[in-house]
Design a protein. Structure first.
Ligand code: SF4
Length: 405
């Protein structure tokens, strides 16, 4: 596979698609070309941010991981493992079970390394020191298996941001404190990814923790994470100014973002003469979401996120609040009353009116938890809207009374 190439495959047989794209990319030759050995330590890094099944659009389909493992094992590679560290607030092990990885990996005889329990060390990432887990750093060949999806803080997440699962939890919190774009842009300069296979089967194009899956029936492969993410921008109708970490990564020497220099090859699933599934080159670009459809899908979330005052919040915290607000709004709750509600590490030790999470414990009204539980958050906010409504009415009627007297 060439440096500036992207191979896209459309279909419904997910495991076969993953296997075929590895074959089309010449993955075996790439590994032997870099490592010259069938004993090379090959590590696969999916996205298992939390216990959310892949059908919800947030995590990597286990069928993709199985397709890649099957290809590698048939090619003769034996030193394989899968690693991941879920986001702050969820246990990787829960994600492993709910997402169906536990039984699949046992069946295939491939070990799993929980990066939430791994050691880490400081690595120079193009001038920025970042603490990275030891396991992914020890790979001879690192295969990144991200999901192309929306993100409440960075608008989009794919190959570059998926590497954030390879840093320890305190470092994840620090990323949020210093602003996500800069460290995400730098991270891949210190943790090289050799091959990327993006899950774009049914990802949630609005939010990283899923719930609004959109059928896309697509997987694509690249060797350059910057080019891969620039391609995602195009697919998601986003402007590069909305996702600045792609340019930052390019400036750090991670890859190239110029899509006009990319060679995109598209394959489509079909039936061969023998009735078996086959994949053929196609010129036609299968139908995808239009710009206006995309804007329509994200509009509601952008609207409710405008109610929130967020400073350095963790994804797990903010990523729960915005969908909860959207749900409440859909249920007819007057979420407008919550305008100005605060969330994030920037409010630690400060006072205020309404706050979410233990970072806002000094506020008049604050929901405890780090991050707070989603169900509790919904109940608390619902009650809060009612109380604020009652207080408004009371203040209104006492105002009327005082005018009358
Ligand atoms: S309470 Fe603060 S530290 Fe905890 S998850 Fe939320 S923003 Fe992060």
């Amino acid at each position: 596979m060439r440096d500036h190439e992207i191979i896209v495959i459309y279909g419904e047989q997910i495991q076969n698609m993953a296997y075929e794209i590895c074959r089309q990319a010449g993955l075996k030759e790439m590994i032997l070309g870099k490592c010259s050995s069938y004993e090379a330590k090959i590590i696969l890094k999916p996205n298992l941010l939390g216990p959310v099944p892949a059908s919800e659009g947030a995590t990597t389909h286990p069928e993709i991981v199985e397709g890649v493992i099957r290809y590698l094992q048939e090619a003769g590679f034996r030193n394989l493992s899968v690693c991941e560290g879920s986001w702050v607030g969820d246990k990787t092990n829960d994600a492993l079970l709910v997402c169906g990885y536990d039984t699949m990996l046992k069946r295939l005889g491939v070990p799993f390394v929980d990066l939430q329990k791994d050691k880490s060390r400081l690595v120079d990432c193009a001038g920025m020191k970042i603490r990275i887990c030891e396991e992914p750093l020890s790979a001879d060949f690192l295969i990144n298996l991200p999901v192309m999806k929306g993100h409440c803080q960075t608008r989009m997440t794919c190959a570059l941001k998926n590497m954030k699962g390879c840093i320890p939890n305190p470092e994840k919190r620090r990323f949020h404190q210093i602003g996500l774009f800069e460290p995400i842009g730098h991270l891949s300069a210190g943790l090289h990814q050799d091959f990327i296979l993006t899950d774009s089967i049914c990802s949630d194009l609005t939010f990283e923790d899923g719930g609004n899956p959109v059928a896309q029936n697509r997987i694509f492969a690249a060797v350059d994470p910057v080019l891969n993410d620039a391609y995602c921008l195009q697919l998601m109708h986003l402007d590069e100014s909305e996702v600045p970490y792609i340019r930052i990564a390019e400036q750090c020497g991670v890859g190239m973002a110029d899509l006009s220099r990319a060679f995109v090859r598209i394959l489509k699933e079909g039936a061969g003469e023998d009735g078996k599934v086959c994949y053929e080159n196609t010129e036609a670009f299968p139908e995808r979401m239009t710009h206006s459809q995309m804007k329509e899908k994200t509009a509601g979330l952008i609207h409710v996120s405008e109610l929130v005052h967020e400073v350095d919040s963790c994804s797990a915290c903010y990523g729960r609040l915005v969908p909860v607000l959207r749900e409440l709004e859909d249920e007819g709750v007057s979420v407008e009353r919550l305008r100005g509600i605060c969330i994030g590490q920037g409010f630690r030790g400060k006072g205020g009116r309404l706050g979410i999470g233990s970072c806002t414990s000094g506020f008049e009204r604050s929901l405890p938890g780090c991050p707070p539980d989603e169900e509790k958050m919904k109940d608390w906010l619902c009650q809060l809207v009612k109380k604020l409504g009652d207080e408004e009415k009371k203040a209104g009627s006492s105002g009327e009374n005082s005018l009358q007297t």
